[in-house]
Design a binder for this molecule. Structure first.
Ligand code: 4AD
Length: 464
């Protein structure tokens, strides 16, 4: 008999009667007359109560070896449960221990563990209820992303992970090399990367955008969804060295089309997670660290219209706010979290776009505005988090782009292929990037970005 998933039981998808289950022991309680085991299989946050009669034939051999974390196969009668708080139970007729789990050594015990402790056992933390829930939400949100773009006819493009171009021009990239770093080949006193694996310097990508533009100007609307890498020494609860990014890029879109798509996208994603992950969210928002009112904020963001504020206007609002910010407000500065939070939580009281930032604080590829000082950038800010999406209309004018590359002190010759897109059938186009883990923090209520990615990488840490 094939095994049933516990999620199907709680979703009333299978008839009561004889069933087989496979899973792991979460808790167990034995008395002279009956043994209760809570079995889980990772399919949902709820377990299944097993009721075992000690007179059962297999009991004597198996029961003493049952412990938290052990794996079992059980067969029995699925029936309505008389106990409070659960609708079903399995009256076990046969049970078999598949893998033991020595109680004194297994790190995940019944008592709640701190998130910090669980971070030290990355290989076991997905077995905890919290991380089971987080990673199911992550999986559902991934499906939502593909669904959203698929419904709109976007083409999914796989941009390279190993690259020779620096999209953001910030230089915070990880090098990819097979050279012997003890004795690298040298030429004119410098390392000779011509002798390296790719016959030149190669890095891990910080963004798939530039390659995404190649495809947008070939097939129209595209998106990427893959890992990106930043070698910044940012040891914060919002930064990872390896994170996943979703980057749509659309030919013939201007900044306003771009903002409209970003708004539809974030609303769709939130609504999808609220609809498809209700049990996991309910569990996560009942945790002691979660802010329960966040669910209301999510509902608000998924339905409310988004405001738009010009960067210059935003600076005036901040200056007039009467607040004493840690980072003093001045035209030309990048907005810090505290400024973003003021704009979303106190000024607009909802989500908003800040647009038209000074060109000095934005990347070289953004379209320069008529004022010559600002660029057609947009950041989406959401209540309680701040920036979640960054994007822009791209500079499609060849000469202006060359000037911008030079102004940003980037080597023009590296961008010959990118400039070619502006020589042959150039079109206005735009796109944005959503940091997948920032989004997941938002919808799961997890406070540290390291807790929404299975294997976090950050300065000083890359386990497994
Ligand atoms: O603002 P960023 O750097 O934009 C880009 O990379 C553009 N190429 C996007 C585009 O227009 N196609 O990053 C985009 C988003 C940020 O809004 C943030 O959500 C996330 O990526 N992000 C990070 N997430 C986790 N850890 C980090 N170190 C991150 N840096 C950016």
């Amino acid at each position: 008999m094939s095994a049933v998933r516990i999620s199907d039981v709680h979703a009333d998808k299978i008839p009561l009667g004889l069933c087989t289950f496979r899973g792991w022991v979460r808790t167990h309680r034995q008395s002279k007359t009956v043994t209760f085991i809570e079995l889980y299989d990772g399919s949902c946050v709820k377990g299944l109560q097993l009721v075992i009669d000690p007179t059962l034939e297999s009991y004597a051999a198996v029961a003493p070896r049952v412990a938290t974390g052990a794996s079992l196969m059980v067969q029995g009668e699925l029936a309505p449960s008389p106990a409070k708080g659960q609708r079903y139970e399995l009256r076990v007729q046969e049970f078999k221990l598949i893998g033991e789990s020595p109680a004194e050594e297994y790190p995940l015990q019944k008592k709640g563990h701190t998130l910090e402790f669980l971070r030290e056992i990355l290989h076991l933390r997905p077995r905890s209820n919290t991380f089971g829930a987080v990673f199911r939400v992550r999986s559902a949100a991934s499906m939502a992303i593909h669904t959203f773009f698929h419904q709109r006819g976007f083409v999914y493009v796989h941009t390279p992970i190993i690259t020779t171009s620096d999209c953001e021009g910030a230089g915070a990239m990880f090098r990819v090399t097979t050279l012997d770093m003890e004795k690298p080949p040298r030429i004119d006193g410098k390392i000779d990367y011509k002798q390296d694996f790719f016959a030149g310097e190669a890095k891990l990508t910080v963004s798939g955008q530039l390659e995404g533009e190649i495809f947008a100007t070939a097939v129209g609307n595209i998106y990427t969804f893959g890992p990106t890498f930043r070698a910044e020494n940012s040891n914060t609860t919002r930064h990872l060295s390896e994170f996943w990014m979703i980057e749509p890029e659309m030919a013939f879109y201007d900044l306003h089309d771009n903002m409209a798509l970003a708004e539809d996208f974030i609303k769709f994603l939130i609504q999808y997670v609220l609809d498809h992950c209700a049990d996991d969210l309910e569990f996560l928002f009942a945790r002691e660290w979660a802010d329960k009112s966040m669910l209301e904020t999510l509902r608000q963001v998924s339905t409310a219209p988004f405001a738009t504020l010009d960067y210059t206007e935003a600076i005036k609002v901040l200056e007039k706010s009467g607040k004493s910010f840690e980072f003093p407000v001045k035209w030309g500065m990048d907005l810090q979290s505290e400024h973003e939070r003021f704009l979303t939580d106190e000024y607009v009281k909802g989500p908003l776009f800040v647009v038209n930032y000074p060109k000095e604080i934005k990347a070289f590829y953004m379209r320069v505005n008529e004022d010559g000082k600002t660029v057609r950038a947009m950041d989406m800010l959401v209540p309680r988090l701040g920036e979640i999406i960054g994007g822009s209309q791209r500079e499609e004018r060849h000469d202006v782009l060359v000037e911008r590359i030079k102004e940003c002190k980037l080597p023009v010759e590296h961008y010959w292929w990118y400039l070619d897109l502006r020589r042959f059938g150039s079109v206005p186009h735009a796109g944005f990037g959503l940091g997948f883990e920032r989004f997941l923090m938002y919808v799961t209520g997890m406070q540290n970005i390291r807790d929404v990615i299975p294997f976090p990488r950050y300065p000083g840490y890359a386990a497994f």
